[in-house]
Design a protein around this ligand. Structure first.
Ligand code: PGA
Length: 256
């Protein structure tokens, strides 16, 4: 892990939990990680929209931050079903996931839409966690570099250096998400180094050295430490294992 970048562990709860279990989960995480969360490692949880407020309230005395799983790029108006950056700010969110693979590949979000969401999130004072990653067919066809390069360039299009410094990137190979098939530390490091090099070309090496790049895809307590040992892996985006307080806390500890 790069020395300038404080580790960051974020939990993506996806479409899981309910009003009671969301609060219980986050209380258990907060009490078991209170010694390190916020000091030695930044921690965030991303519950479903409808439980955000309850989780924010439950974390009022904790340094664990809250993020949404998605956002819409307009501020307000006739956009039935959508949620804006100002609404997320209003209820106490800090982060927002943009371009998660399930939104790209299940819901059908494009690079262009994701770019608008990242831009709106930053303008609205949120910190986007911008997800990129290749499909298994793309990796097999040796297209990983091309795909990730395209996603990063298109996703950050039009963002100046001072704006992009608000972004955390998450490299999540799609074939590793929810499958139990974690990328090896070497495969992950290779992709992270590529992304950091690209950021250096798009902006400058100093900024590229400051931007956190998380790994995601079947992160578990027993593989978290070895992933974090890689130079360009600055944190972890955790799905399934973030729904169990013990596992998520073990991952937070492994990241310090
Ligand atoms: P997983 O999900 O940890 O369950 O593989 C990661 C993610 O989708 O962010």
């Amino acid at each position: 892990m790069g020395f300038m970048r404080k580790p960051f562990v974020a939990g993506n709860w996806k479409m899981n939990t309910d009003s009671l279990s969301s609060v219980e989960l986050v209380k258990a995480i907060a009490s078991a990680s209170s010694e390190i969360a916020g000091h030695r490692v930044h921690v965030a949880v991303c519950p479903p929209f409808v439980y955000l407020q309850g989780v924010v309230n439950a974390l009022s005395t904790s340094s664990i931050a809250v993020g949404a799983q998605d956002i819409y790029y307009e501020q307000k108006g006739a956009f039935t079903g959508e949620i804006s950056s100002s609404m997320l700010k209003d209820i106490g969110c800090t982060y927002v996931l943009c371009g998660h693979s399930e939104r790209r590949h299940v819901i059908g979000e494009t690079d262009e839409l994701i770019n608008k969401k990242i831009t709106a999130a930053i303008l609205g004072g949120l910190l986007p966690i911008f997800c990129v990653g290749e499909l298994i067919e793309e990796r097999k066809a040796s297209e990983t570099e091309e795909v990730v390069t395209r996603q990063v360039k298109n996703g950050l299009a039009g963002l100046s250096a001072d704006k992009v410094s608000a972004v955390t990137i998450a490299y999540e190979p799609v074939w590793a998400i929810g499958t139990g098939l974690t990328a090896t530390p070497q495969q992950a490091q290779e992709a992270h180094a590529l992304i950091r090099k690209l950021l250096g070309q798009m902006y400058d090496t100093e900024l590229a050295g400051e931007i956190r790049i998380l790994y995601g895809g079947s992160v578990k307590p027993d593989n978290a430490a070895e992933l974090m040992r890689e130079q360009d892996i600055d944190g972890l985006l955790v799905g399934g294992a973030s729904l169990k307080a013990d596992d998520f806390v073990a991952i937070i500890q492994a990241a310090t």
